[in-house]
Design a protein around this ligand. Structure first.
Ligand code: IPE
Ligand code: IPE
Ligand code: MG
Length: 230
């Protein structure tokens, strides 16, 4: 079993457009698919599930779409709290807090706080997340340690970089799933996916089901991970 699965949940807009619906309808369906995925991930015993919910680049979308996404997140996070508690799921958030509307930030902080003692699945939500921003923040933190005399440049190790990322303490993903047929990473977990197995599907995010997760895991189990060895 993979311990850590990361997902780029893509295709909400196209799902809605295909049905002649506003993009917001696709995002609402996307939330449902996300709920199904968390249940399936918990049921199969994943340790970590990382979801790409909103990228730093997504701010460039029309204002009404951005506010729909913010409102949906705020609503869902409070609504899902009882089930997260019941399933012993711990929520963790990666991304920059700055720039996120205050009510959304409050909701996220509340749920992170409430679930902090849970010991089951860790749900890592990438929100206002950018892989390059994360690396920049890590390099700045390391530079500060160097300036303070705690670390010499020659001694900077991979573990220092990993430890300075938002994902400190989270193992690298074993499997990365992307929906909607796009073959790109879109600024997600750039450092962490060095040896992650990739699994792309043309299924649009609102149509993603637990069977798709099982299929991805079954494919993963047939792969030979060599990490550069033989
Ligand atoms: C993913 O679906 C949701 C977010 C990026 C927040 P999209 O909104 O990107 O849907 P498409 O890619 O336009 O179909
Ligand atoms: C990636 O999807 C970001 C999220 C799923 C949150 P995008 O739709 O933003 O990515 P691009 O624009 O197709 O690369
Ligand atoms: Mg997209």
């Amino acid at each position: 079993m993979p311990a850590h699965v990361a997902v780029i949940m893509d295709g909400n807009g196209r799902w809605a457009t295909q049905r002649g619906l506003p993009r917001a309808a696709g995002h609402r369906e996307g939330v449902k698919a996300t709920r199904v995925l968390v249940r399936a991930a918990d049921a199969v015993g994943l340790r970590y599930l990382t979801l790409y919910a909103f990228s730093t680049e997504n701010w460039s979308r029309p204002e009404d779409e951005v506010s729909t996404l913010m409102r949906l997140l705020e609503e869902s996070i409070y609504r899902e709290l009882p089930e997260l508690m019941e399933r012993n799921v711990r929520l963790r958030v990666i991304g920059r807090g700055n720039g996120v509307p205050l009510p959304v930030r409050r909701g996220i902080d509340h749920v992170v706080h409430e679930t902090r003692v849970n010991t089951g699945l860790t749900l890592v939500m990438a929100f206002n997340y950018g892989g390059r921003d994360e690396l920049l923040d890590a390099f700045r933190a390391l530079a500060r340690r160097v300036r303070a005399g705690e670390l010499s440049p020659e001694d900077i190790a991979e573990t220092d970089v990993s430890g300075a990322l938002y994902t400190d303490g989270v193992p690298d993903p074993d499997l990365l799933i992307r929906t909607s047929g796009e073959m790109r990473i879109s600024n997600f977990l750039l450092w962490q996916i060095a040896y992650t197995e990739l699994w792309m599907t043309s299924v649009l995010w609102p149509d993603f089901s637990s069977c798709d997760l099982y299929r991805a895991i079954a494919d993963f189990q047939r792969r030979s991970r060599r990490f550069g060895g033989v």
